[in-house]
Design a protein around this ligand. Structure first.
Ligand SMILES: *Cc1c(COP(=O)(O)O)cnc(C)c1O
Length: 292
C-alpha cells in the first residue's frame, strides 16, 4: 500500500492500528485459482491460524474459499463468520475424542491424524465421513522447526502404518472421503512437493470412496523485497497434469484441495505505530513507540 494512504489511515483511526489490504488477499487468491484453473474441482481452504480476524474470514468466505481449522474455537469462529459447515475442515492434533465429536456434530469435515482416535471415532460414528492426515516423511520446508513431514513428527499418520489404517477402516466400516498431507511451511523445491504428492496418490488408491485429496500448504512467501518464493504457476501446471491423470486412473473426478494461510495474507497486513520519543543514550538510539 502507498505510504500516504497508510499515513492517512493512522490519522483517521489513530495509532497503533492494524491495516489489512483486501485487494492483495483477493489477488493472491486469484493467483492460486488461476494456477490451478485446469483442475475441474478446486477447493482452497484458508488456514484460519494465519490471521483469524473475522472480517478477513468473511472476505475469504465471500471469495468462495473454505476454511482450514485446527481447534474447536477456530471452527466456531468460522461458523460465526458465515462459512457453511461443509466448507470447514477440522485438522486437530492431540485433542480429545469429545472435541472431535463436537466438531462432527457441527457438521464440519473431520480430519484425523492418529490411529487411536481413528479407531475410536470410526467405531462410534462409522457413518461420519472422515479424512485421514498422512505423514509422507518427506523433508520439505525451510527449517526443521516447520518441517512436519519427518519421521518423528507429531503430525499425521505415518505411511508405514497404512496397513493399520486399512485394518481399522475395514473393521469399523467407516467412510474415508479424503486424504490429506501438510508437510511443512516453506516449500521451494517443487520436485520435493511433487514427490510427496506421489506418496499421497499411492495412499489414495487404497480408498474407494474418496471425494478429495488435500495437499496442505507450505507456499513460501517473500519476507522482504527480493526474497524467494514458491513458483505457484509452475506448481499449478505440474500438479494439475498429474492430478488429472490420477483422477482418470481412479475413475472419478476428485476435488483438489489446498489450505494456504501465509500465502493469502502475509503480504496484506500492516501494523502502524507512532514514535513517541527518540531517546539517545551514550551507546544507543531508542525509538520508543506507542504500541507497547
Ligand atoms: C499452518 C497450517 C496450514 C497453513 O500453512 P501456511 O504455511 O501458512 O500456508 C495449513 N494446514 C495446516 C494443517 C496447518 O497447520
Amino acid at each position: 500500500m502507498e505510504t500516504n494512504t497508510l499515513l492517512q489511515i493512522a490519522k483517521d483511526f489513530g495509532s497503533p492500528v492494524y491495516v489489512y489490504n483486501a485487494e492483495k488477499m483477493n489477488s493472491q487468491y486469484k493467483r492460486l485459482t488461476d494456477a490451478f484453473s485446469k483442475v475441474k474441482q478446486l477447493r482452497l481452504n484458508y488456514a484460519a491460524k494465519a490471521l483469524s480476524n473475522i472480517s478477513v474470514l468473511k472476505l475469504f468466505n465471500s471469495l468462495g474459499a473454505g476454511l482450514d481449522t485446527v481447534s474447536i474455537q477456530e471452527v466456531k469462529l468460522g461458523l460465526t463468520a458465515g462459512f457453511e459447515p461443509s466448507k470447514i475442515i477440522y485438522t486437530p492434533n492431540g485433542v480429545s475424542l469429545e472435541e472431535i465429536e463436537t466438531a462432527a456434530k457441527l457438521g464440519v469435515q473431520i480430519n484425523i491424524d492418529n490411529l487411536s482416535i481413528l479407531e475410536q471415532f470410526g467405531t462410534k460414528h462409522p457413518k461420519v465421513p472422515v479424512c485421514i492426515r498422512i505423514n509422507p516423511h518427506v523433508m520439505a520446508g525451510g527449517n526443521s522447526n516447520i518441517s512436519v513431514g519427518h519421521i518423528d513428527s507429531k503430525f499425521g499418520i505415518s505411511i508405514h502404518q497404512i496397513p493399520h489404517i486399512l485394518r481399522i477402516v475395514e473393521n469399523t466400516k467407516m467412510n474415508i472421503n479424503g486424504i490429506h498431507m501438510h508437510t511443512g511451511s516453506d516449500i521451494l523445491d517443487i520436485d520435493v512437493f511433487l514427490y510427496a504428492s506421489e506418496i499421497l496418490f499411492e495412499t489414495a488408491k487404497n480408498f474407494e470412496n474418496l471425494e478429495f485429496i488435500d495437499f496442505g500448504s507450505g507456499f513460501k512467501v517473500p519476507y522482504k523485497a527480493g526474497d524467494i518464493e514458491t513458483n505457484i504457476e509452475e506448481l499449478g501446471t505440474k500438479l494439475t497434469k498429474r492430478f488429472n491423470q490420477f483422477c482418470k486412473e481412479y475413475g472419478k473426478e476428485l476435488t483438489l484441495a489446498f489450505e494456504p494461510g501465509k500465502f493469502l495474507v502475509s503480504e496484506a497486513g500492516y501494523f502502524l505505530t507512532k514514535v513517541n520519543v527518540v531517546k539517545q543514550t551514550t551507546s544507543t538510539v531508542f525509538a520508543q513507540v506507542d504500541s507497547g
